[in-house]
Ligand binder design. Structure first.
Ligand code: C5J
Length: 221
């Protein structure tokens, strides 16, 4: 076993049964002109973590460990998009509408792609998910079961939405989860801080947190 110097206490893990999951580092959330900005968000907050997420991914690749990417997106015919998700609020662009990067959050459209700096390597697993959580209506659970994965190191955006939902789903399924503090971001600083605090509260009620440097140090990087 290897140990990460994490909060609220060290996390022991076996690298052979550990995977990195990078949540929704997509152009529509991170680049100017995408869906995130159309909702009135400052996307530069999310763009700022791209180099750190790249370092985290590189560390897992160098250690020969599994790297999984997710993308929040829907089928072109919108058959996996609940009306409640499409119709809520009054955004200038809705999911499925034509936008500056193709149809918003539709699989195969440029905006749904992962930002080029974090592009998956051939052979890496990419999960397309219609919900906020990465387990809902996806093959992720079956893939992790087949690999014998027990520990998930999690980064990506946004901290309090898709990242936190995925971490809670994974925790309920019996995975040990660590959220990488500087490899996740929110459009709202307070929400990121609150999420980090709440997942590790009450004796790691949802899991652990640690910065990238400590995760990479545990991997020998
Ligand atoms: C959102 C996400 N915020 N990836 N998606 O709608 O967190």
């Amino acid at each position: 076993m290897t140990v990460i110097d994490a909060a609220p206490f060290p996390l022991a893990f076996d690298p052979a049964t550990t995977a990195l999951i990078v949540i929704d580092m997509q152009r529509d959330f991170i680049e100017p002109g995408g869906f995130g900005e159309s909702l009135g968000n400052d996307v530069s907050r999310l763009a700022a973590i791209v180099p750190t997420v790249a370092r985290l991914i590189d560390g897992f690749r160098a250690a020969g460990l599994t790297v999984i990417h997710t993308k929040e997106c829907h089928r072109p015919d919108l058959s996996d998009l609940p009306a409640s998700k499409r119709d809520r609020g009054n955004p200038s662009l809705r999911i499925g509408d034509p936008g500056p990067m193709g149809r918003v959050l539709i699989a195969g459209e440029p905006g749904a792609d992962i930002v080029p700096a974090l592009a998956p390597l051939p052979g890496e697993i990419v999960i397309e998910k219609p919900g906020k959580g990465s387990f809902y209506n996806t093959p992720l659970g079956a893939i992790l079961a087949e690999k014998g994965t027990k520990t998930l190191v999690i980064g990506g955006v946004t901290t309090e939405v898709c990242v936190q939902t995925t971490m809670r789903e994974a925790n309920d399924r019996g995975f040990e989860c660590l959220l990488v503090e500087d490899a996740t971001e929110s459009y709202f600083e307070a929400f990121r801080e609150a999420t980090l605090a709440m997942v590790r509260a009450q004796g790691a009620i949802v899991g652990w947190t640690a910065p990238t440097d400590r995760v990479l140090a545990a991997l020998g990087g």
